[in-house]
Design a protein around this ligand. Structure first.
Ligand code: C2O
Ligand code: CU
Ligand code: CU
Length: 523
């Protein structure tokens, strides 16, 4: 039932009458269909790559094993099909899909490959919320694009034209009742400060990863790249009126992409307040929702006492919105390096610290997190649900907590990165694996023809590998590297684990073909 085909292909689309624009789309000329998934079912999605270049398809926000995540390792060659299949575990919410090929993500997304994923579940179904898709429950993806003289897209960090669901100068007819907007910032780099022209307030009911404990009422909502929010807007009694959803770009500080920062790339939309979507209010529908629920879904974030480790992710570097040398802990993306190893099921706290010259929307695959603190304070109410993107401004520290429930072997690591797509493709990305030390890595036996023995060992360990091994690393149950050795491409040899404390570890043998995890017990 949750079965789809997504055909990624080149198209020509007219955003403006008579003007042809070359696009990419997923089973559409531009963007792709909304995939409606049901928690507890199995998603089966076949991704057909009809482009002349490689692609991949990532299920942003979905809790799927590393193998199914569609990151840069999961290359779909031109003319081939990738059949993704995974159990739908996420709570009801708004997620999305987009390509994630190495250094091509921004360009392919800019050309139009992206779409919504809506997850439905029983908890959400119990609530009196609008959920008639296209009537009182509307997907709203906001993108900025620029067009060059021949009608084609300009590829850069900013655009001068706002598109909603691929439409310039967009408007939508909404019935005079409570309506639900599922907002997604699908732009390359611009951050939006959303609100209504007349200053009316609205009710945020969900963030990136599902419903909040209760609606959070506000008149302004920032949405950074990749972030989602579901909001309820009460249009009761407004039949015949027209409202304007705006981005109040003049309110963005100089450190946030979309501000009018003279040192950065320019755009006519920078630093100004501009319209995003016109809402024309029509007659109410039968059985309209007319009230805002008082409560939604109780939150169950992991408890701080469960955290086995705190990691600091320090962002440094100076750059522009469309490029830069931004680093996470002094590192940039290397497809062949695993940057972190987590124990399956463990809870960790991460402090994301931004010492660079601008704000970055930081995203992590494979989990949802809860924000514990922004600069030592509780986050605003609408940021208190499950999330997977958080905007971290210059000199801010954001503390998040998360539980790693999805496994990812070294061949299929999860990414964490800046979701400014230009920065992401400029290597502002690292990767991690999630392994189960008790059962995940078979003891003494690697997955790619490698073998280590004896285990348990008192010190000496012999390894044999089918492929050359460059270096070996021993990772403890908290994901810390406790020992490492360079092996110069040998396929067999002896490792001296004498100085290593007794315990159970994962040994990673790194070679050109990736790393092979082997479970090792030291006595
Ligand atoms: Cu929207 Cu790495 O993802
Ligand atoms: Cu993602
Ligand atoms: Cu960034």
């Amino acid at each position: 039932q949750d079965t789809f085909d997504l055909v990624v292909d080149e198209h020509v689309h007219q955003f403006f009458p008579g003007v042809n624009t070359n696009t990419y789309g997923a089973s559409a000329e531009y963007l792709g269909p909304t995939l409606i998934l049901h928690r507890g079912d199995t998603a089966n999605i076949r991704v057909h790559n009809q482009l002349a270049q490689i692609t991949s398809m990532h299920w942003h926000g979905m809790h799927v094993p590393g193998e199914q995540d569609g990151g840069p390792q999961r290359i779909i060659d031109p003319g081939t099909v990738w059949h993704a299949t995974y159990p739908v575990k996420n709570p009801a919410g708004t997620y999305w899909y987009h390509p994630h090929p190495h250094e091509l993500t921004a360009e392919q997304a800019n050309m139009g490959v992206a779409g919504f994923i809506i997850v439905r579940d029983e908890e959400e179904a119990q609530l009196a919320l609008p959920r008639t898709y296209g009537v009182d429950d509307l997907p709203v993806v906001v993108q900025d694009r620029s067009f060059v003289a021949n009608g084609n897209f300009f590829f850069g960090p900013y655009g001068n034209t706002v598109l909603v669901n691929g439409t310039p100068n967009p408007y939508v007819d909404c019935p005079a009742q409570v309506v639900r907007l599922r907002l997604l910032n699908g732009s390359n780099a611009r951050v939006y400060a959303l609100g209504f022209e007349d200053g009316r307030s609205f009710h945020v009911i969900a963030g990136d990863g599902g419903l909040l404990a209760a609606p959070a009422t506000t008149d302004r909502l920032w949405l950074s790249n990749g972030e989602r929010a579901e909001v309820l807007l009460d249009l009761t009694g407004l039949e015949g009126d027209s409202l304007l959803l705006m981005s109040f770009g003049s309110e963005l500080p100089q450190t946030v992409p979309g501000a009018n920062n003279m040192l950065w790339e320019s755009s006519t939309l920078n630093g100004i307040d501009f319209p995003v979507l016109r809402i024309r209010v029509t007659a109410p529908t039968p059985e309209a929702i007319t009230t805002i629920p008082a409560t939604l879904v109780p939150q169950t974030p992991p408890d701080i006492s469960e955290a086995v480790r705190t990691r600091t992710k320090l962002i440094t570097g100076n750059g522009m919105v469309g490029m830069g040398m931004f680093m996470i802990n002094g590192l940039m993306y290397d497809l062949g390096v695993i940057n972190d190893t987590m124990q399956l099921g463990s809870v960790e706290i991460w402090d994301i610290v931004n010492n660079s010259n601008m704000a970055h929307p930081m995203h992590i695959h494979g989990v949802s997190f809860h924000i514990l603190e922004r600069n030592g304070q509780a986050p605003p109410a609408w940021e208190q649900g499950p999330k997977d993107v958080v905007l971290v401004d210059r000199f801010e520290t954001v503390r998040v907590i998360m539980r790693f429930t999805e496994p990812s072997p070294p061949e299929w690591p999860f990414m964490y990165h800046c979701h400014n797509l230009m920065h992401e493709d400029n290597m502002m990305m690292l990767q991690y694996i999630v392994t189960d030390l008790s059962t995940g890595a078979p003891e003494g036996m690697g997955t790619a023809g490698s073998r280590v023995f004896p285990s348990p060992t008192t010190g000496q360990l012999t390894y044999e590998s089918a492929t050359p091994v460059q270096h070996a690393r021993l990772i403890d149950a908290l994901g810390r590297e406790v020992w490492k050795a360079g092996l110069q491409g040998a396929t067999t040899g002896t490792l001296d684990l004498g100085p290593v404390p007794a315990g159970t570890y994962v040994l990673l043998l790194h070679g050109a073909a990736g790393s092979t995890p082997v479970r090792v017990v030291k006595e």
